[in-house]
Write a protein that binds this ligand. Structure first.
Ligand code: CTP
Length: 400
């Protein structure tokens, strides 16, 4: 999804790991990317251009002049076409040429003309990898903005064991996906997300809660963080944790604690997404002692909790984006619009319990986003991580 329509040049050079380039190209094409393969002549001894042109759906380029087709392969226009260039595998020769500006083949000329990011995944035998000239070239490229995807450790084609194996195609796909997520850039932005249920204590051992797992809120926090935002995640009681560097998880129990934490963190927040299933009512009186079962019926008097989202809506400045959720079982759209307006949100994410596979406990969800202009955008049933992506992409687009 993230790679849909992305223009990616895959550079292939003369290493036995070139066979993995076929899997890489296949994965990228399956992810929706538009892939242009550029091979060095040496790589054609390891894998045929026919294999890679068939998998990519585009003729492979390898020389400046293509005598067969009678065309000049313009390295500058290829370079400007690409959103990203990944050389996988990158041999020590290619790394050396790139580091020293020796553009005697099409791939190096394209890389040197590029304005987009260039990533390289080295592959070579361990002693070549550790050789001072390779290490020096790598260090030079790295300090000049080229991203090096470190080779892995394991058995090498020579039979030796050590560092030098090209990173696996699945991992390269993941790295490119994350690359594009980050480049959506929320760097420098602060975000706050609420997640999970709240527990409203009845006595020291009992509470009123709900079935929210927190998955949606955590997925949104991850997605915001992947794009570079600093995220404060205010979470009710859930089993989930986050180890992501730029997510600060604040664990709370009750709606009152969640309210306080949100008020403490809202002022500096550029983007706030309220995905928690906050209790609407709490016991009017908290019993200090455990309630004994000494009568047949028990009435617990409830009083409404503060609507956290509405409180933030009152404080919100024009530049702050406030996103809420609505869980509805009937009159979904009119009810959601009413909530959007009454709580001063910028957009509302509507979950309908009428959709199979959506809502509490499922790993999937189906949402509709409604914005301030009452524009309605429906999304399909997807894993919660992808729904989070849709929501965050929608927010990012609204910023530009
Ligand atoms: N919300 C909140 N604080 C509350 C109740 C709700 O911040 N005390 C937020 C939720 O996180 C969600 C939005 O308000 O983003 C809508 O919640 P929902 O339960 O659908 O709506 P309510 O406004 O509580 O209305 P109702 O239960 O009557 O549908």
């Amino acid at each position: 999804m993230v790679l849909e329509g992305k223009k990616i040049i895959v550079g292939v050079t003369g290493s036995i790991a070139a066979y993995k380039s076929a899997f890489l190209v296949r994965l990228l094409v399956k992810a929706g990317a538009d892939v242009q393969v550029i091979m060095t002549l040496a790589s054609e001894g390891f894998i045929t251009p026919l294999t890679l042109s068939t998998l990519s759906g585009n003729p492979v380029l390898s020389t400046f002049i293509d005598n067969e087709r009678g065309v000049w392969n313009n390295h500058v226009s290829s370079a400007l076409w690409a959103d990203v260039i990944l050389i996988a595998p990158a041999t020590s020769t290619t790394i050396g040429k790139l580091a020293h500006g020796i553009s005697d083949n099409l791939l190096i000329a394209v890389c040197m003309s590029a304005k987009c990011p260039v990533l390289i995944a080295p592959a070579m035998d361990l002693d070549m990898w550790l050789h001072p000239s390779t290490q020096q070239n790598i260090a030079f490229l790295q300090t000049n903005g080229i991203r090096i995807i470190d080779p892995g450790y394991g058995e090498l084609a020579s039979g030796l064991i050590g560092e030098g194996r090209m990173e696996e195609p699945e991992k390269l796909l993941d790295i490119l996906t994350k690359h594009f997520l980050f480049s959506g850039s929320l760097a420098g932005k602060k975000a706050m997300v609420t997640a999970g249920p709240t527990y409203e204590s009845i006595d020291p051992v009992r509470f009123i809660g709900n079935h929210s797992t927190g998955k949606m809120g955590f997925a949104i926090a991850e997605s915001l963080a992947l794009r570079g935002a600093d995220v404060t995640l205010v979470s009710g009681p859930t089993e989930l944790t986050s180890h992501t560097k730029n997510i600060d998880v604040i664990k709370v129990k009750s709606s009152d604690e969640m309210l306080q934490s949100c008020l403490d963190n809202f002022t500096g927040s550029d983007i706030t997404v309220m995905a928690a299933a906050v209790a609407d009512y709490k016991p009017a009186n908290l019993s200090k002692e455990k309630i004994k079962k000494n009568s047949k019926n028990l009435d617990i008097s409830l009083t409404s909790t503060k609507d956290i989202l509405a409180e933030l809506g009152k404080q919100k400045h024009k530049e702050q984006i406030l996103v809420g959720f609505a869980l509805e079982t009937e009159n979904e759209i009119p009810n959601a619009i009413r909530k959007l307006e009454s709580k001063n949100m910028d957009m509302i994410v509507l979950n309908s319990l009428q959709d199979k596979g959506a809502g509490f406990g499922y790993n999937t969800n189906k949402v509709t986003i409604i914005d301030r202009d009452k524009k309605i955008t429906e999304f399909g049933l997807k894993p919660k991580s992808e729904v989070a992506e849709d929501i965050v992409s929608y927010i990012v687009n609204s910023l530009t």
